[in-house]
Design a protein around this ligand. Structure first.
Ligand SMILES: [Zn+2]
Length: 255
């Protein structure tokens, strides 16, 4: 299983892209600005999109992705997976024939180029040899994290979340966890803002990592632009015995 990080920043700026992970060539997790770096033939291979939540930095490339590969999707439909709230928001606010066409009815309502599939925490979707499980996390809007297993290895992506009791028991239920991509959006001095917005800081993620039985490679994502050095230094201070890796657009995890 090959996981290519297309975007992993909490914002934009030169070299920064928002959340998007390509699993092999056909599964996309989140559709942030990082999707725009793919070649057209790579975009054409995407068949399944898992959306963690409705916030703009996680969905912004979805409308143009579908428009770009419309011809391809006439032959093979695109499936968008998300929780009920995320799918309702996409239908009402994005694919509403005002902001963007309602592709769930194009070219016809009977044979559209995309379909929405509602998933809930605990649901597991099998695609080829990969199994993708939705996990409840705690953010400003209802949000899912995802655990992806291919029979050999397992990685998890937290999505946007603050401290929670739901992700960690699920991670511990797997026999192994090879990589954990976890958000740490704000440094500790912005703890109040982080709590209001539903994000981790180094101290809150350190407390939650105590609940993890596994020793995965830990990859930090969603850091706010300009705060990367502070967050990384604080992580090393609060958890000196854990090794943290900072994700970048273009990082590839071979699992
Ligand atoms: Zn968010």
């Amino acid at each position: 299983m090959r996981v290519k990080i297309l975007g992993c920043s909490g914002g934009i700026g030169k070299g920064l892209r928002t959340s998007a992970l390509l699993v092999d060539s056909d599964v996309l997790i989140d559709a942030g600005t990082g999707v725009g770096d793919l070649q057209l033939d790579e975009l054409r291979q995407i068949r399944h999109v898992f959306i963690t939540h409705s916030h703009l930095d996680h969905i912004v490339s979805l409308p143009m992705l579908i428009d770009n590969i419309f011809d391809q999707l006439l032959r093979e439909q695109l499936t968008i997976y998300g929780n009920a709230e995320t799918l309702a928001a996409l239908r009402e606010h994005i694919f509403n024939d005002v902001i963007w066409p309602d592709f769930a009815t194009l070219p016809t309502a009977d044979a559209p180029v995309l379909r929405f599939v509602e998933i809930s925490p605990g649901d597991e979707i099998a695609i080829g040899n990969r199994s993708i499980r939705a996990v409840d996390v705690s953010h400003a809007v209802p949000t899912l994290g995802f655990c992806v297993a291919n029979g050999e290895k397992v990685f998890a992506f937290s999505g946007d979340t603050a401290t929670n009791r739901t992700l960690w028991p699920v991670l511990n239920s797997y026999q192994r966890l090879d990589a954990l991509i976890i958000e740490v959006s704000f440094p500790d001095r912005l703890a109040e803002l982080a709590e209001k917005a539903g994000h981790y800081t180094p101290s809150t993620v350190a407390a939650d990592l105590e609940k993890l039985d596994h020793e995965p490679e830990i990859w930090v994502t969603a850091m706010k632009p300009g705060e990367e050095d502070s967050i990384f230094a604080e992580l090393q201070q609060v958890l000196p015995n854990r090794a943290f890796n900072i994700l970048q657009s273009g990082t590839v995890l071979e699992l």
